[in-house]
Ligand binder design. Structure first.
Ligand code: BGC
Length: 730
């Protein structure tokens, strides 16, 4: 017999007050914040019926966009679900929560999740751009700001960070990745998890999409993936491991079929690796409908089979498709799913709810941030991040714009665009709150400098009607700033492209404008590297602005006018054409000389290498100095390099430390990033950058089953243009 719900429950729902410890002794153990979480979970689980347990394993989508429907919706939905997806309406969220607390027997709070990917109301640069800043602390602060805003609207949990590994820019979701280095992505994963989760206004983070989704064949979203186990361990799994080490409370199982076993029913990755080897104790949520999709993928015969396979493999919470809710009871009754498997999934979900304090603070009190426009502090952070994430790809000296520039022609479909600067997953971001490039430049150009704007053509499709006006404007200018690229909808989920070319008439427009003969500054706004083709040699300067978010236009203006000095570096290789894909810095060496291998029809080098990025000053590297030339397992070798800024203006340099293991039992990549550090250098200043090398951490590598190998032998170390060698002793 289950015990009836205690009379103390109403105390929880009357207001926002937390349950005080003074009341503790009267409460059932699961309601007592003074008891260990494991005890509370065990107590609650013991009180639950099978139906109540299955409710906990179900997450439902929710359209809470209409505030007038609050009460009706809350009543209609009878929220016996463990979790809802929400965003943007605190009243709806709290109304549903009240229903859960008062209308269900045990009053288990709902956990509300949302996709807070690169900002909530204040939009930060897309993750790919964020990685180009090489500043985990900045990422942490931005994600925390996003968490604060989201939390104020009642979000308990974000489906971020995405830490998928991808070397195919055709895949629209490359925009959401932290680039092609598993090490850099691992550092970003940890920073993002900390940023989202830390502090009383933090929200639970979710590492996604576990695992291999970024290898979708041909860059086509939702496609199957063939990932050699060696590659899975080297490239795809490390950022998940790092995020879990940083304390991520949740993980999302991916859509992709992974070598014949879909990721959302893959016991090896979900149970053997995640639970047994990494000791992950939080919850695994399926991606949207991923359980039901096992049928389409040919892995499950019907919904019941899909529910059984996903649950037994290790998916705890079923997002959106309702398959667990529909079938688990019968599966348990027939013995196809052991009751203990259901209990274990419920345990993991409850643990997260307890951990987030949902039992103590089920309702979210409105605050100054609820439904509010971005605060000045968040806008400042957004501008800083946008400035820092942009990469100056090329500069013949036209930038920063000279003081005698009097007439600036701002051309291109993205010149005065706002919505597209936010990129995909812009949550509650509003176009009217975005600073366009035109607005940013108007604000930042010196008094007396004119700025005229002509779109020239549409972002996609359309004709050449605008060309003449754009070219005439270019002719009448001292300098042309040409803003080309992609719309927000051309990257992100299910937004893959077969080519990386500038869409529509943009390349044509660019060439026509370039023919006007004025210095041409190309600003590329995009969710991926794009093919620059014949325009590249014609541009005097090129700035990769990515999709820079709410303050993107101000950041572009900061950099073009020289108020700020560019410091972003590519976290992804920028190919010349889609035909080169995959092209990435950490590939294995080829059989014959040369790094990349030959094509007959195009140069085979990337357009811009991973790590590339210019500054308005220069940096000079001294030789790498090492504390010793041999390091033994368990020891440490410290490498140092002195970097000097001989220029007349301050600049930020990021030192990227790579290793190469030239002879190994399993061949190693040409270069593997192992450490990075970024710092501001005043004019004339020097700084010592350091890498304390620990062999087990920095020089070992996994085999095809994840077991680490550390071999004696030579290692080559790279920092900037410098190299050095040392040995790992027996
Ligand atoms: C996406 C996830 C997202 C989820 C919930 C899915 O379609 O793949 O990244 O978190 O929807 O919106």
């Amino acid at each position: 017999m289950k015990r009836p719900v205690k009379a103390t429950l109403p105390a929880l729902i009357l207001g926002f007050a937390a349950v005080t410890t003074a009341m503790s002794a009267d409460l059932p153990p699961y309601r007592r914040a003074d008891l260990p979480v494991a005890q509370r979970v065990a107590d609650l689980l013991a009180r639950m019926t099978l139906a109540e347990k299955i409710d906990q394993l179900t997450q439902r989508g929710l359209d809470d966009s209409n505030p007038n429907n609050v009460v009706r919706r809350a009543t209609e939905l009878r929220p016996t679900y463990g979790s809802f997806m929400t965003a943007g309406n605190l009243a709806v969220r709290n109304a549903l929560q009240r229903e859960a607390l008062t209308q269900t027997r045990l009053g288990i709070p709902i956990i509300f999740g949302a996709d807070v990917i690169h900002g909530y109301r204040t939009i930060f640069p897309i993750p790919l751009a964020e990685a180009c800043a090489w500043d985990p602390d900045l990422l942490r602060r931005a994600d925390h700001a996003a968490a604060e805003e989201a939390r104020a609207d009642g979000v308990d949990w974000t489906f971020a960070p995405m830490v998928d590994h991808c070397v195919d820019p055709r895949w629209g979701r490359i925009a959401e990745t932290f680039g092609e280095s598993p090490y850099a992505a691992s550092v970003c994963a940890a920073a993002a998890v900390t940023g989202f989760q830390e502090g009383p206004d933090g929200i639970a983070a979710c590492l996604k999409h576990y695992v291999g989704y970024g290898a979708s064949e041909g860059g086509r979203d939702y496609s199957s993936t063939e990932i050699a186990p060696q590659r899975l361990w080297e490239m795809h799994l490390p950022p998940f491991a790092a995020g879990i080490q940083a304390g991520a409370l949740t993980v999302m199982s991916a859509f992709n079929d992974l070598n014949g076993v879909p990721a959302s029913a893959n016991a090896y990755t979900l149970t053997e690796v995640l639970r047994h080897r990494w000791g992950f104790s939080g919850l695994v949520v399926s991606d949207w409908g991923a359980v039901e999709q096992l049928i389409r993928q040919g892995y499950a015969a019907d919904e019941a089979d899909a529910a059984r396979k996903a649950l037994l493999a290790g998916v705890d919470l079923d997002m959106a498709d309702g398959v667990y809710r529909e079938h688990l009871a019968a599966l348990v009754a027939s013995g196809s799913v052991p009751a203990e498997a259901v209990d274990e999934a419920v345990r993991r979900i409850l643990r997260v709810k307890f951990d987030r304090g949902l039992f103590e603070r089920p309702l979210v009190e409105p605050s100054a941030l609820t439904g509010a426009a971005p605060t000045p502090a968040h806008l400042e952070l957004a501008e800083e991040f946008a400035v820092r994430s942009m990469v100056l790809l090329k500069n013949s000296g036209v930038l920063p714009l000279a003081a005698d520039v009097r007439r600036v022609a701002l051309i291109g479909p993205l010149a005065d665009d706002r919505a597209d600067l936010m990129g995909s997953w812009f949550q509650q971001g509003r176009a009217e709150e975005v600073t366009s490039i035109a607005a940013g430049l108007r604000d930042r150009l010196p008094v007396g400098t004119s700025l005229e704007v002509a779109p020239g053509c549409a972002l996609d499709g359309g004709g050449r009607e605008g060309f003449d006006a754009a070219v005439a404007l270019a002719r009448a200018s001292d300098v042309v700033v040409l803003c080309l690229g992609e719309s927000a909808g051309m990257s992100g989920e299910n937004a893959s492209r077969s080519s990386l070319r500038l869409p529509g008439r943009q390349l044509e427009l660019g060439l026509a404008v370039a023919a006007a003969g004025k210095p041409l500054v190309l600003v590329v706004v995009s969710g991926r590297p794009v093919e620059l083709g014949a325009l590249e040699p014609k541009a005097a300067a090129i700035l990769a602005a990515w999709q820079p978010g709410t303050r993107g236009g101000a950041a572009v203006a900061d950099l073009l006018t020289g108020r700020r000095n560019p410091s972003g570096r590519l976290a992804v290789t920028w190919p010349r054409s889609a035909g080169q894909i995959p092209l990435y810095h950490n590939m294995r060496p080829r059989a014959r000389g040369g790094t990349y291998g030959e094509y007959q029809d195009i140069p085979t080098t990337p357009q811009y290498e991973f790590g590339h990025g210019l500054s308005y000053t220069t940096f000079v590297y001294g030789p790498i100095r090492m504390s010793q030339t041999t390091v033994a397992p368990g020891g440490t070798l410290t490498a140092e390099v002195t970097v000097t800024n001989p220029g007349a203006r301050a600049g930020r340099e990021t030192v990227l430390w790579y290793i190469r293991d030239p002879v190994a039992r399993i061949t190693r990549p040409l270069r593997e990033l192992k450490h990075f550090e970024s710092a501001e250098l005043a004019p004339g200043a020097s700084r010592v950058f350091r890498f304390a090398i620990e062999p087990e951490r920095d020089l070992s590598y996994p085999d095809a089953d994840g077991h680490r190998i550390l071999e004696p032998g030579e290692i080559i170390l790279f920092a900037g243009p410098e190299t050095a060698e040392f040995r790992v002793a027996q």
